[in-house]
Write a new protein. Structure first.
Length: 94
């Protein structure tokens, strides 16, 4: 995950990881965008780790029934996905 330079950069909250999906590290995404699938168009996503923005790299994502699911680079099993649950993420404000 790449670091971004400053916490004072403007970001928009676009969603959060809501849980895991399957056994291969996919996560469920709660999207604040309308329509909800638009969240997949807003890349990169950022989260705050110890006061520093870090990039979440999405390798693929899709609508799955009434939710959005995505695979995050570096998360390859259910346990890793569960550790990221409830993590909120943002995108650059434009």
């Amino acid at each position: 995950m790449a670091l971004t330079p400053h916490l004072d950069e403007k970001k928009l909250l676009v969603g959060k990881i809501n849980g895991f999906f399957g056994v291969q590290g996919w996560v469920k995404i709660f999207s604040y965008t309308e329509p909800r699938k638009n969240i997949l168009e807003y890349q990169p996503w950022f989260f705050i780790d110890n006061g520093v923005y870090k990039v979440i790299e999405i390798t693929t994502g899709r609508e799955q029934s009434k939710t959005i699911v995505a695979h995050v680079k570096g998360i390859d099993n259910r346990d890793q996905a569960g550790q990221r649950s409830e993590e909120r993420f943002s995108r650059n404000a434009e």
